[in-house]
Design a protein around this ligand. Structure first.
Ligand SMILES: Nc1nc2c(ncn2[C@@H]2O[C@H](COP(=O)(O)OP(=O)(O)O)[C@@H](O)[C@H]2O)c(=O)[nH]1
Ligand SMILES: [Mg+2]
Length: 365
């Protein structure tokens, strides 16, 4: 039996099983088994990828990457062209964008790479349309921009289901559980929260499924079996999303307001073609990427206030030194900072210090 046939057989068994407290554990194991088979299948497909001339393998460029996800013809290429320096073909037909097209959005000193991928249709994760390989471009993203338009305002959930099926977890945080393999000693579980969604035996079944016969597990959050399995799979990707409603120039203001109220998620209404609300969109993209600006001040000189370094919020002074030059981190003795993260200007800080937006930084190597 192929992996796909086995997945199908297990799914059929799950469909026959009633969901209740007694079967919850068994269903957890079945889902773990499916997740494992899916991962094997993904590994098999990705192994054949990444060669030269493959339009779907995109070099990471810029400080962060945003992927546009949407049905054909919602305006992805138009938006890319209006946000960036790119020139992605725009057409009135479906599927005009056949390869992944990158562009760079320059905003507040950051170079944000935006990828226009071919329109995703329902079932793409199962290989329909250009399918899975295109979807896999979303795995490298720091933010997914979900594009809907006034004709199909309710597509968000379908699109997110497609990327969930390839192991992405939109708008979820990694579950707070620790799982360590050990050489011997069996399975040892520490429950720090008083689990309500899993049982010890169920956890053990799943761990055995993944060949963690000897392991130490610490449950620090009341997670479900599915979340627990996610943390066992090596390529689960947790990713934030932002949803856009395009083509608002085609409808009246009242209709947009009605949608904003009735939809169960937040939307940014825009018209890509007419540059309506694109400044707000850029600002929200920047904020969701959680980037900060650090101005570098060489020793004894003025700080460069023109071109900040753009780093992830939460990066340490040591991380930033490494970004400037791998060697600098090793030679670094201490640093001085002016700005919000310190009590007084020019304060001496250690490599583990975490700077804040618009801090000024000097390295002493
Ligand atoms: N009225 C209107 N049309 C738009 C807007 N954005 C895109 N379009 C049109 O929608 C069609 C599909 O756009 P395209 O960018 O190729 O969509 P993609 O398939 O998602 O890349 C084209 O005819 C665009 O001119 C918009 O904001 N308003
Ligand atoms: Mg396109």
């Amino acid at each position: 039996m192929s992996a796909l046939e086995r997945i199908k057989a297990i799914e059929e068994e799950m469909a026959r099983t009633q969901v209740n407290k007694a079967t919850n554990r068994h269903l957890g194991v079945l889902r773990a088994r499916i997740a494992k088979l899916r991962q094997q299948e993904r590994d098999r497909i990705t192994r054949g990828q990444g060669q030269k001339g493959d339009g779907y393998t995109i070099r990471k460029d810029g400080d962060s990457t945003v992927v546009l996800l949407g049905l054909p013809s919602v305006g992805k290429s138009t938006l890319l062209n209006h946000l960036t320096n790119s020139n992605s073909k725009v057409g009135a037909y479906d599927f005009t964008t056949l390869t992944v097209i990158p562009g760079i959005l320059k905003y507040r000193g950051a170079n944000i790479q935006i990828l226009d991928i071919p329109g995703i249709i329902k079932g793409a994760s199962r290989g329909r349309g250009l399918g899975k390989r295109i979807l896999s471009a979303t795995r490298s993203a720091d933010l997914i921009l979900v594009l809907t338009d006034v004709f199909n305002p309710k597509m968000r959930n379908m699109l997110l289901d497609e990327i969930r099926a390839i192991g992405l977890r939109p708008d979820e945080d990694p579950p707070n559980v620790i799982i360590e393999k050990r050489a011997s000693g069996g399975i040892f579980i520490t429950d720090m929260v008083g689990m309500t969604k899993m049982e010890r035996e169920g956890i053990k079944d799943i761990l055995r499924e993944y060949r963690y016969h000897n392991s130490r597990v610490v449950i620090k959050e009341d997670v479900s079996y599915d979340q627990f399995v996610d943390s066992l799979l090596k390529n689960t990707v947790y990713i934030p999303t932002l949803t856009v409603l395009n083509k608002i120039d085609m409808v009246d203001k009242e209709y947009v307001e009605e949608l904003e109220e009735s939809l169960d998620h937040y939307i940014i209404p825009i018209s890509a073609d007419n540059d309506v609300n694109l400044e707000r969109l850029k600002e929200e993209i920047f904020e969701h990427l959680d980037l900060i600006r650090i101005y570098m001040k060489p020793r004894g000189e003025k700080a460069d206030m023109e071109e900040p370094m753009i780093v992830r919020n939460g990066s340490t002074v040591g991380d930033i030194a490494k970004m400037v030059h791998g060697d600098l981190r090793k030679r670094l003795r201490y640093s001085r900072i002016w700005g919000k993260s310190v009590k007084f200007g020019g304060q001496k800080v250690q490599p583990k210090h975490v700077p804040m937006d618009e801090d000024i930084l000097t390295f002493y190597a």
